[in-house]
Design a protein around this ligand. Structure first.
Ligand code: PXP
Length: 246
């Protein structure tokens, strides 16, 4: 069965909405690990809308599982990855205006560029994974640039209707069989939820699922009652002498 990489960007989204100190993705990564995460995934975006450089630096020093750094294939990110040395880099397409990563990397159209980019990371012992749509031609191109890993984009499967879900699932299955037959190692993710994860988790050959939004959403649902209860207790039994900095 696949491992679970927990994407914690959405914790940082809440913090950045207030430019506050909480919630802190670095300390909460520890809870994700306690829950069974096999790895922690973060996307350091060019616009730094959620994860910040400092988060990445601290996560690298503090987590006890594997750090998967998602990033665009830019010179700035290359320098950061080489400095940080995560367990793995996943290259993703990035558009400033998008809400989340839309579609996979077009490896075919930038083969030479990505080949050199991947080579530079691999020369520093950083394995590279390419986030691609489950397309056989994109898989061929990923293989041709000597990449060892791919991550199949499950977004189309996740947003499929009842009538198209089975065929989207077959596409991911076929892509996995094809990629592994070429010797590529396969991860998958995007849009997976508690409702739709099981058929994907059952596909033989997928080594890791990267899941973010639904887990962070569920943690609000499961934790909200307790959080309100704790606040209510303080309000009902206040200690007047309890100064913030004492
Ligand atoms: N994998 C990749 C490459 C992603 O970009 C994302 C979203 O940041 C995910 C997995 C996780 O997607 P979701 O938040 O929908 O679970």
């Amino acid at each position: 069965m696949p491992n679970l990489g927990v994407n914690i960007d959405h914790i940082a989204n809440v913090r950045q909405a207030r430019r506050a100190n909480e919630p802190n993705p670095v300390s909460l990564a520890f809870l994700a690990e306690l829950g069974g995460a096999d790895g922690i995934t973060v996307h350091l975006r060019e616009d730094r809308r959620h994860i910040q450089d400092k988060d990445l630096e601290l996560l690298r020093k503090t987590i006890s599982t594997r750090l998967n750094l998602e990033m665009a294939a830019t010179q700035e990110m290359l320098d950061i990855a080489i400095r940080t040395k995560p367990y793995m880099v996943t290259l993703v397409p990035e558009k400033r205006e998008e809400v989340t990563t839309e579609g996979g990397l077009n490896v075919i159209s930038q083969k030479e560029y990505l080949k050199e980019f991947t080579r530079e990371l691999q020369s520093k012992d950083i394995p590279v994974s390419l986030f691609i749509d489950p397309s056989l031609t994109q898989i061929d191109a990923s293989n041709e640039i000597n990449c060892k890993w791919i991550e199949l984009h499950t977004g189309k499967y996740a947003s499929a209707t009842n009538t198209t879900q089975l065929s989207e699932l077959s596409i991911i299955k076929e892509a996995t069989i094809y990629a592994t037959s070429l010797g590529l190692r396969v991860n998958a993710g995007h849009g997976l939820t508690y409702q739709n994860v099981e058929p994907i988790a059952s596909i033989k050959g997928i080594e890791e699922l990267n899941i973010g939004h639904t887990i962070i959403s569920r943690s609000i649902a499961t934790g909200l009652k307790e959080a309100v209860r704790e606040m209510k207790l303080l309000i009902l039994n206040p200690r007047e002498d309890r100064l913030i900095n004492s």
